[in-house]
Design a protein around this ligand. Structure first.
Ligand SMILES: [Zn+2]
Length: 312
């Protein structure tokens, strides 16, 4: 039987407002996918496969998202099977990044008496942010779909990780803080996720949403080479679309700032070489020596947004 990509695609209305009037921003290109194995392969890899799906924008609310997209069951299944050694290799750098970010959030938003407060991190990967939360004496809890990542984090970082998604959380649980670090753009059912956030958050809950922003200067300059155009990124938010989405759940924007992610130079060059072959040469020079281990902060449009529930 001949492989037909359409059998694996689903069409959706705007995940933000339900509207069906959409504008096509960029056409799909499924040439590289010749069979089902190819399809699984690009979703199983560490989320650095370039965008091949059609990019659409809602004519009513302006939300940008993939449509049609690969069936959400296939996408979610690939997350549960993710074995990401590359990601783990940067855990020291992630610790440093999260430590700085959390310090900044606490100081800028004048957050006090947070010890023992319940903090949920959704899509926590190996649990590095949970480790930082322990250092600050929060009561940490994480959910991660990948079985391998969950086990790795439990064993190596001794943090409180559950295997699963936000859907698996009992609605009797209520949190003071909830975070989504580079996760909201991956969730397959955006409305269901927003409803669940509403159900499991206390009054005055602080919600941290870190996402790549599509109207950022970096995105405008890099155009098609913007590294966050990925087939695993189902939504491309702006400050406006995020504010609109969360306002409906009584969360209001309190603060925002650019997110600087620290990475080792060799890892950064390896990633950059996928877009600009020139970086391949520099990567070869720094690989396997002390230069490769230099810690570099980078930002290409990632932004941290701080929302607060029920407070205007
Ligand atoms: Zn819409």
């Amino acid at each position: 039987m001949k492989f037909n990509i359409n059998e694996y695609l689903e069409k959706i209305n705007c995940p933000g407002c339900g509207c069906s009037e959409l504008k096509i921003l960029r056409k799909s290109n499924y040439e590289k996918i010749k069979n089902y194995e190819d399809l699984l392969k690009i979703y199983k890899s560490s989320g650095d496969e370039l965008l091949i799906d059609q990019l659409s924008q809602c004519k009513k609310c302006g939300l940008v998202f993939l449509n049609p997209r690969i069936k959400s069951k296939i996408i979610y299944k690939s997350y549960t099977e993710n074995l990401d050694q590359e990601h783990i290799s940067q855990d020291n750098q992630r610790y440093k990044t999260f430590y700085k970010s959390l310090t900044k959030i606490i100081e800028r938003n004048n957050i006090k008496n947070y010890e023992k407060k319940k903090f949920l991190d959704v899509g926590c990967a190996s649990g590095i942010f949970l480790k930082v939360l322990q250092t600050f004496k929060f009561h940490e809890e994480g959910y991660e779909p990948s079985k391998w990542m969950t086990e790795y984090g439990k064993k190596n970082y001794l943090v409180n990780i559950n295997n699963g998604s936000i859907d698996n959380i009992n609605i009797k649980k209520k949190y003071d803080f909830i975070s989504f670090w580079d996760v909201l753009e991956h969730v397959t059912d955006l409305q269901k996720t927003l409803n669940k956030i509403n159900l499991i958050s206390k009054d005055n809950c602080i919600l941290i949403i870190n996402v790549p922003v599509i109207d950022s200067l970096a995105c405008k300059i890099l155009k098609n080479k913007w590294p966050f155009y990925l087939n695993v990124h189902l939504y491309y938010f702006t400050e406006k679309t995020l504010k609109d989405l969360f306002k409906k759940k009584n969360f209001y924007l309190q603060d925002k700032f650019p997110h600087y992610q620290y990475l080792n130079l060799d890892y950064l060059l390896f990633r950059a070489s996928k877009y600009f072959s020139f970086f391949e040469y520099i990567h070869k020079i720094v690989k396997n020596n002390f230069l490769g281990k230099i810690s570099i902060p980078y930002n290409v449009g990632q932004t941290t947004f701080i929302f607060k529930k029920n407070e205007i």
